[in-house]
Design a protein. Structure first.
Length: 177
């Protein structure tokens, strides 16, 4: 039985993974540190406790850690609490196998969180477009790049209101940290 968590020094994490990869133990108990970067083809089963606390994208990353070899992989999601909303979210993990589609569904269900804060899900004060409006977001991105290329310190008179608003948002972010 191996134990892996984010508070272990990097060298110990690497040693645990080396031993698991080598087959010195068959079970690895871990925190969400296994979300990415783990490639053990013989790993076939993952159990995620408290599954409702993770986003669909993160759960998708978890399930991608098993079944990489010749044997079928299984990712078992066990929520701590049950509600119709939790059941619906976890049901999408059964139905949808495309990571982008799951991200889009999670955004729709849980909201994007705060862009200038610490909340990771829920409806923000700042509204964003639907992911299906990605072309509009790209246009907005290009405009923002153009603006900051031409006036990086927002010193021009026509940009003073934007500078004031951004300063206010960033000062609030600093207060929350």
């Amino acid at each position: 039985l191996g134990l892996l968590h984010g508070q272990l020094p990097a060298s110990e994490k690497e040693e645990v993974m080396r031993r698991f990869r080598a087959g010195e133990f068959d079970i690895l108990v871990s925190t969400s540190v296994v979300e990415v970067g783990i490639d053990i083809p013989r790993a076939t089963v993952m159990v995620v406790e408290g599954a409702e606390h993770f986003g669909l994208s993160q759960l998708h990353q978890f399930r991608g850690r098993v079944g990489r070899g010749k044997d079928q992989g299984y990712c078992i999601l066990i929520p701590e609490t049950y509600s119709p909303e939790i059941k619906e979210r976890l049901h999408f993990m059964e139905e949808i196998h495309d990571g982008f589609a799951l991200s889009e569904k999670d955004l729709e269900l849980r909201g994007p969180g705060e862009f200038f804060g610490t909340q990771q899900s829920g409806l923000p004060n700042l509204k964003i477009a639907e992911l299906s409006d990605i072309h509009l977001l790209e246009l907005a991105r290009q405009e923002a790049i153009s603006l900051f290329d031409s006036d990086p310190s927002l010193a021009k008179k026509e940009n003073s209101l934007l500078k004031e608003r951004l300063s206010h948002l960033w000062s609030r972010t600093a207060e929350w940290s």
